[in-house]
Design a protein around this ligand. Structure first.
Ligand SMILES: [Zn+2]
Length: 185
Protein backbone atom coordinates (compact mmCIF):
# COMPACT_ATOMS: atom_id res chain seq x y z
CA UNK A 1 0.00 0.00 0.00
CA UNK A 2 1.44 3.31 -1.14
CA UNK A 3 1.97 6.04 1.48
CA UNK A 4 -0.74 8.72 1.10
CA UNK A 5 1.66 11.39 2.40
CA UNK A 6 4.87 10.95 0.41
CA UNK A 7 3.90 8.30 -2.13
CA UNK A 8 6.51 5.86 -0.79
CA UNK A 9 5.76 2.32 -2.00
CA UNK A 10 6.78 0.25 1.05
CA UNK A 11 4.55 1.05 4.01
CA UNK A 12 4.60 -1.49 6.83
CA UNK A 13 1.75 -3.00 8.80
CA UNK A 14 2.19 -2.28 12.53
CA UNK A 15 -1.00 -3.73 13.87
CA UNK A 16 -3.92 -5.67 12.45
CA UNK A 17 -7.21 -6.42 14.11
CA UNK A 18 -10.93 -6.81 13.40
CA UNK A 19 -13.08 -3.68 13.34
CA UNK A 20 -15.69 -3.24 16.04
CA UNK A 21 -18.32 -5.34 14.31
CA UNK A 22 -15.77 -7.78 12.84
CA UNK A 23 -16.89 -7.01 9.30
CA UNK A 24 -13.47 -5.63 8.43
CA UNK A 25 -9.79 -5.93 9.28
CA UNK A 26 -8.21 -2.72 10.42
CA UNK A 27 -4.50 -2.31 9.72
CA UNK A 28 -2.36 0.43 11.15
CA UNK A 29 0.46 1.23 8.79
CA UNK A 30 3.61 3.30 8.97
CA UNK A 31 5.75 4.65 6.18
CA UNK A 32 9.52 4.10 6.61
CA UNK A 33 10.28 6.98 4.26
CA UNK A 34 8.38 9.84 5.92
CA UNK A 35 7.13 8.33 9.18
CA UNK A 36 3.51 8.91 8.14
CA UNK A 37 0.91 6.74 9.86
CA UNK A 38 -2.45 5.75 8.44
CA UNK A 39 -5.11 3.07 8.71
CA UNK A 40 -6.56 0.81 6.07
CA UNK A 41 -9.66 -1.39 6.17
CA UNK A 42 -9.99 -4.70 4.45
CA UNK A 43 -13.58 -5.66 3.70
CA UNK A 44 -15.36 -8.45 1.95
CA UNK A 45 -16.70 -7.32 -1.37
CA UNK A 46 -19.26 -9.81 -2.57
CA UNK A 47 -19.34 -8.32 -6.03
CA UNK A 48 -18.56 -5.24 -8.03
CA UNK A 49 -21.58 -3.02 -7.84
CA UNK A 50 -22.50 -0.27 -10.25
CA UNK A 51 -24.81 2.57 -9.31
CA UNK A 52 -27.20 3.89 -11.92
CA UNK A 53 -27.79 7.54 -11.13
CA UNK A 54 -30.89 9.52 -11.95
CA UNK A 55 -28.93 11.36 -14.62
CA UNK A 56 -28.40 8.03 -16.35
CA UNK A 57 -24.70 8.03 -15.44
CA UNK A 58 -23.14 4.85 -14.06
CA UNK A 59 -20.56 5.03 -11.29
CA UNK A 60 -18.94 2.36 -9.09
CA UNK A 61 -20.65 1.86 -5.74
CA UNK A 62 -18.72 3.72 -3.04
CA UNK A 63 -19.14 2.49 0.52
CA UNK A 64 -17.40 5.56 1.94
CA UNK A 65 -19.85 7.82 0.19
CA UNK A 66 -22.74 5.85 1.68
CA UNK A 67 -21.11 6.17 5.10
CA UNK A 68 -20.66 9.92 4.67
CA UNK A 69 -24.27 10.57 3.72
CA UNK A 70 -25.42 8.60 6.76
CA UNK A 71 -22.94 10.47 8.97
CA UNK A 72 -24.33 13.78 7.75
CA UNK A 73 -27.87 12.72 8.61
CA UNK A 74 -26.69 11.60 12.06
CA UNK A 75 -24.65 14.72 12.80
CA UNK A 76 -24.76 15.57 16.51
CA UNK A 77 -27.14 12.72 17.21
CA UNK A 78 -26.17 10.34 19.98
CA UNK A 79 -26.14 7.02 18.16
CA UNK A 80 -23.68 4.24 18.93
CA UNK A 81 -21.03 4.25 16.14
CA UNK A 82 -21.14 0.44 16.13
CA UNK A 83 -24.79 0.50 15.14
CA UNK A 84 -24.00 2.97 12.37
CA UNK A 85 -21.20 0.70 11.13
CA UNK A 86 -23.60 -2.24 11.15
CA UNK A 87 -26.16 -0.22 9.21
CA UNK A 88 -23.64 0.72 6.52
CA UNK A 89 -22.35 -2.86 6.30
CA UNK A 90 -25.86 -4.25 6.22
CA UNK A 91 -26.99 -1.99 3.40
CA UNK A 92 -23.81 -2.67 1.44
CA UNK A 93 -24.14 -6.43 1.80
CA UNK A 94 -27.81 -6.34 0.86
CA UNK A 95 -27.06 -4.37 -2.27
CA UNK A 96 -24.14 -6.62 -3.16
CA UNK A 97 -26.10 -9.80 -2.68
CA UNK A 98 -29.08 -8.66 -4.73
CA UNK A 99 -29.63 -10.34 -8.08
CA UNK A 100 -28.34 -7.41 -10.09
CA UNK A 101 -24.83 -6.13 -10.56
CA UNK A 102 -26.39 -2.74 -10.95
CA UNK A 103 -28.41 -0.79 -8.42
CA UNK A 104 -30.22 2.52 -8.79
CA UNK A 105 -29.33 5.47 -6.57
CA UNK A 106 -33.01 5.46 -5.69
CA UNK A 107 -32.80 1.92 -4.29
CA UNK A 108 -29.82 2.96 -2.16
CA UNK A 109 -31.75 5.98 -0.89
CA UNK A 110 -34.70 3.79 0.04
CA UNK A 111 -32.42 1.35 1.85
CA UNK A 112 -30.83 4.17 3.84
CA UNK A 113 -34.20 5.62 4.78
CA UNK A 114 -35.39 2.20 5.88
CA UNK A 115 -32.28 1.75 8.01
CA UNK A 116 -32.36 5.22 9.56
CA UNK A 117 -36.01 4.84 10.41
CA UNK A 118 -35.06 2.13 12.86
CA UNK A 119 -32.00 3.97 14.14
CA UNK A 120 -32.90 7.60 14.76
CA UNK A 121 -36.08 9.49 13.86
CA UNK A 122 -34.37 12.85 13.46
CA UNK A 123 -31.69 11.45 11.15
CA UNK A 124 -34.43 9.77 9.17
CA UNK A 125 -36.32 13.03 8.64
CA UNK A 126 -33.10 14.84 7.75
CA UNK A 127 -32.06 12.24 5.23
CA UNK A 128 -35.52 11.95 3.75
CA UNK A 129 -35.80 15.71 3.36
CA UNK A 130 -32.58 15.84 1.38
CA UNK A 131 -33.15 12.63 -0.50
CA UNK A 132 -36.70 13.38 -1.52
CA UNK A 133 -35.76 16.99 -2.08
CA UNK A 134 -39.32 17.78 -1.11
CA UNK A 135 -40.05 18.70 -4.67
CA UNK A 136 -43.62 18.02 -3.86
CA UNK A 137 -44.95 19.44 -0.66
CA UNK A 138 -47.14 16.37 -0.45
CA UNK A 139 -44.11 14.17 0.17
CA UNK A 140 -43.32 16.14 3.26
CA UNK A 141 -46.91 16.00 4.43
CA UNK A 142 -46.96 12.23 3.99
CA UNK A 143 -43.72 11.88 5.87
CA UNK A 144 -44.92 14.03 8.73
CA UNK A 145 -48.14 12.09 8.73
CA UNK A 146 -46.27 8.93 9.64
CA UNK A 147 -43.79 10.49 12.03
CA UNK A 148 -45.31 13.77 13.02
CA UNK A 149 -47.26 12.88 16.11
CA UNK A 150 -44.42 10.93 17.62
CA UNK A 151 -41.84 13.64 16.97
CA UNK A 152 -44.01 16.51 18.09
CA UNK A 153 -44.75 14.58 21.25
CA UNK A 154 -41.04 14.38 21.97
CA UNK A 155 -40.39 18.01 21.14
CA UNK A 156 -38.23 17.16 18.14
CA UNK A 157 -40.15 19.04 15.51
CA UNK A 158 -40.07 22.78 16.06
CA UNK A 159 -43.21 24.86 16.21
CA UNK A 160 -43.66 27.16 13.26
CA UNK A 161 -41.22 30.06 13.45
CA UNK A 162 -39.17 28.43 16.16
CA UNK A 163 -35.50 27.64 15.68
CA UNK A 164 -34.58 23.98 15.44
CA UNK A 165 -33.78 22.85 18.97
CA UNK A 166 -30.23 21.89 19.84
CA UNK A 167 -29.94 18.12 19.88
CA UNK A 168 -29.48 17.92 23.61
CA UNK A 169 -32.57 15.84 24.24
CA UNK A 170 -30.96 12.44 24.30
CA UNK A 171 -34.25 10.88 25.22
CA UNK A 172 -35.22 10.84 21.57
CA UNK A 173 -32.35 8.57 20.58
CA UNK A 174 -32.03 6.65 23.82
CA UNK A 175 -35.02 4.31 24.18
CA UNK A 176 -33.55 1.49 22.13
CA UNK A 177 -30.54 1.33 24.40
CA UNK A 178 -32.69 0.64 27.37
CA UNK A 179 -32.48 3.96 29.10
CA UNK A 180 -35.60 5.01 30.91
CA UNK A 181 -37.89 7.34 28.98
CA UNK A 182 -37.76 10.96 29.98
CA UNK A 183 -40.48 11.92 32.40
CA UNK A 184 -42.93 14.43 31.10
CA UNK A 185 -43.38 17.61 33.06
ZN1 LIG B 1 5.53 8.35 3.44
Amino acid sequence: MRCPFCGGPDTQVKDSRPSEDSSAIRRRRVCPDCGGRFTTFERVQLRELVVLKRSGKRVPFDRDKLQRSIDVALRKRTVDPERVERLVSGITRRLESGGEGEVTSEAIGEAVMEGLKGLDDVAYVRFASVYKNFREAQDFQDLLGTLGERLEGEGVLPEEGEAVPAPSDEAVAAPRRGRPARKRA
